[in-house]
Design a protein around this ligand. Sequence first.
Ligand SMILES: Cc1cc2nc3c(=O)[nH]c(=O)nc-3n(C[C@H](O)[C@H](O)[C@H](O)COP(=O)(O)OP(=O)(O)OC[C@H]3O[C@@H](n4cnc5c(N)ncnc54)[C@H](O)[C@@H]3O)c2cc1C
Length: 379
Amino acid sequence: MNIDLMLKDPLWGAAAVQSVKEISLSYRDEIVECERRGLFPKEAFREMGRRGLLGVVTPTAFGGYGGDAPEYCLTTEAMARYNLVSSQIQIQGQRWLVDWGTDEQKQKYLPGLVAGTLVFSESISERGAASSLKQLKATGRRDGDDWIINAEKIHINLGKESDVSLVYAMAEEGLTAFLVDTHLPGIRREHSNPLGGRLMPTADMYFEDVRIPGSAVLGEPGKGFATFLSTFNVSRLGNASELLGAAQRALADATAYARERQVGTNHVTDFQGIQWILADSYGLLYSASLVRDRAANLVAAGKEHAFEATLAKKVAIDAAEKVINDVFALVGGHGLYHEQPYGQILFDIKTLRIGGGSLEVLRNYVAQQLLKSPDLRGL
Ligand SMILES: Cc1cc2nc3c(=O)[nH]c(=O)nc-3n(C[C@H](O)[C@H](O)[C@H](O)COP(=O)(O)OP(=O)(O)OC[C@H]3O[C@@H](n4cnc5c(N)ncnc54)[C@H](O)[C@@H]3O)c2cc1C
């Protein structure tokens, strides 16, 4: 639902959404099987790379499209809308590299991440510390020119499939981000089995005395908070877009079913109570899209956007949770089977409610910003 995204080229946007639809159709068997088994659909992902969907914000010099937050939002939303694997973390990795990487790091990783021949993961969460980066127990210790990494990370999307992971660990200088090649000795990866986001399987990752070169630090030692904070507002817009896409899919599929389904002499959509659900759900998605679009346009214009991006994810969660709850009224018992998408979409939405800034953390931030403002930001 692109209402107000200011794309560099709307024709490119239409072609990108069309590509998402086509890949989703051609790789349907792989996607259905991977979703059932909690596996990563590698072939579909590679095709997304070939068709330019993984490098939308990376500069053309590295093979990307050179877009910005509007292009990122449009494509991540379409991937959720048409049930294709998410590009969100892959793009997040590229943004980190573009903003903070050395020339050597950019050359080493960006072309492969754009093409999908390299897969990225971000290793932040730990058993004892998730919403709080200050509590991380992972360590990075200098040894001559090298670093030695010790860490136990959990919930890592594509932890097992990724070729490079951005590992957040404590160094003597403070929180530091390390680009770790995940095929190095000392790294063990075990799939976990999440209810939501099943096309992006999670893993527990164990790093035991992993030796990496000095050149693997992203940014500077001790500047981990800066690298983290620099991308997380925009990644929230990616999450918001996925939430909106998932809820749109549920509403569109459920309405198509309800239009055809006869109950007595009526179709389900003849009932006024059902029509109200459709009107309310569409209204919620439309409003949340507008908030997301405005935040994305602010990013592209180089303007302050932290409040708007946080609000965008918050209202997208509110909208998506209400919509997915209500669509069960449209589909009745038919919707309560594994073969139908609704249960999976419900879990996908619950996962996005937690990962990358949980609803509670977002609400804390929005409320704090409002209370800092004498007129409650124009209220
Ligand atoms: C499927 C999945 C994929 C994930 N992928 C990744 C990944 O790729 N990389 C990665 O590093 N991590 C990943 N995560 C981890 C995710 O980022 C964390 O789950 C998230 O940060 C929340 O941490 P937690 O689950 O430990 O909750 P906790 O930090 O234990 O919080 C528990 C509850 O308390 C709430 N809460 C926390 N602080 C406050 C507060 N101040 N006020 C009010 N409520 C609060 C939270 O919102 C949450 O509901 C993933 C998680 C899941 C489930």
